[in-house]
Design a protein around this ligand. Structure first.
Ligand code: GLY
Ligand code: MN
Ligand code: MN
Length: 390
């Protein structure tokens, strides 16, 4: 059990049920059968996006290509992953559904081409393949025509199953606990101790590892004072001082799944002046956005709820990013939660709500939670309180 300042008490060591990916290949085949393209419909898909390969097979190696036809699937990778690949396919429950080719480039290409030979046209993941890779695939798969596909697997990943949500909940709990662990450093800074943004970011990332993260979810943001007005500032050597707003935007990765949370602290006491109003308006906007997240709601409407609150306070021009995004195996995935987004939230979708206001030379405030859509509304995965004094 972990009980640290400000963080909810959660057991970060309880084992999670194994993640089964069985059934996902069948869903991909159904999606491929329905894919609309300008050219011929693809009867096979060459999956090159690592997160998509992982989602479909459980394989996490850094090199590998999966080809899925209407009745076969083959994962090709090299000898470094001989043991890992068969173990991971077995653990994911798909060893009977996915053939393995372990070998050099020529052997892999031969096996991939042989598997794809039953198909007419073959799809490539347009968002992942480079220009030169397209030419290579043309040679490898000739004479089959290639078709660009867009987000076929990514669309399937939008709704998470219970095992995926459990992993994201664990990642979020690890991040909550880690922030609680390092919060005393901010108290120290309020008292005059030297603490740079970079040192605080490093301590936070170390605490996430200590609490069970396999990695951070993305490059941690710690932005203090005037730096907080830059939404994606990199932590640097600026010393965090009393009176500073400090934007802390970070997340953990657990078993491949990520969390994303932002808290903005005011060092050494409640904010004053214009900054006090910014804190209040962003907090109100974020709560309203969280309350708007529910099944059947268009993500653009969640954005509008947040944006309208900030615009009403006169800072519409100072909220220059989207309200949120999906999270999962990738830190940014579908659906987008932005102005005019038409994606409809469904139970199991995981999204962030993260409005912010940034006033150059004054400071910025962003508050962000990761939420899972439920049958009736939403449930926060990130739970660190938003009003902890430092
Ligand atoms: N810093 C990444 C995000 O919040 O989207
Ligand atoms: Mn974030
Ligand atoms: Mn985010």
């Amino acid at each position: 059990m972990t009980g640290t300042v400000g963080a909810p008490v959660v057991d970060l060591t309880a084992p999670l049920a194994p993640l089964s990916v069985a059934g996902r290949l069948a869903r991909l085949r159904a999606a491929l059968a329905a894919v609309g393209t300008e050219g011929p419909r693809p009867e096979a898909l060459v999956v090159t996006t690592p997160a998509n390969i992982r989602w479909l097979t459980g394989f996490t190696g850094s090199a590998g290509v999966l080809v899925v036809t209407e009745d076969h699937a083959l994962l090709a990778t090299d000898g470094r992953y001989r043991t890992q690949a068969s173990e991971q396919l077995g653990a994911a429950g798909v060893e009977a559904d996915v053939d393995l080719c372990i070998g050099g480039v020529a052997a892999q290409r031969e096996a991939l081409a042989a598997t794809a030979s039953s198909a007419g046209a073959v799809g490539l993941e347009a968002g992942d393949v480079t220009w030169s890779a397209v030419h290579t695939w043309e040679e490898v798969l000739a004479p089959r025509p290639l078709v660009a596909t867009h987000g076929v697997v990514e669309d399937l990943r939008v709704v998470k199953d219970a095992g995926e949500v459990a992993r994201m909940e664990r990642a979020a709990a690890i991040a909550d606990a880690a922030l609680g662990t390092v919060l005393p450093l901010l108290h120290g800074a309020a008292g005059g101790a030297a603490l740079t943004e970079s040192a605080f970011a490093a301590a936070l990332e170390h605490a996430m590892r200590t609490h069970g993260a396999e990695d951070r979810a993305f490059e941690t943001i710690v932005a203090s004072g005037e730096n907080s007005a830059k939404p994606h500032a990199r932590p640097g050597q600026r010393v965090i001082r009393a009176g500073d707003p400090v934007v802390v935007d970070f997340g953990a990765t657990f078993d491949g799944y990520r969390s994303d949370m932002t808290r903005t602290f005011c060092i050494g006491g409640a904010p004053t002046g214009e900054l006090a109003t910014v804190f209040a308006v962003v907090a109100e906007s974020q709560v309203a956005g969280v309350e708007a997240v529910a099944p059947g709601v268009a993500t653009g409407d969640v954005d509008k709820v947040c944006r309208d609150r900030i615009a009403a306070a006169g800072w519409g021009e100072r909220f220059e990013h989207g309200t949120g995004h999906g999270v999962g195996l990738d830190i940014h995935e579908g659906p987008a939660v932005g102005a005019g987004s038409t994606a409809i939230l469904q139970p199991g979708t995981v999204v962030t709500v993260e409005p912010g206001v940034y006033l150059p030379a004054v400071g910025g405030v962003r508050i962000e939670d990761t939420l899972v859509v439920t049958d009736t509304g939403s449930r926060p995965l990130t739970r660190f309180p938003k009003d902890v004094p430092v």
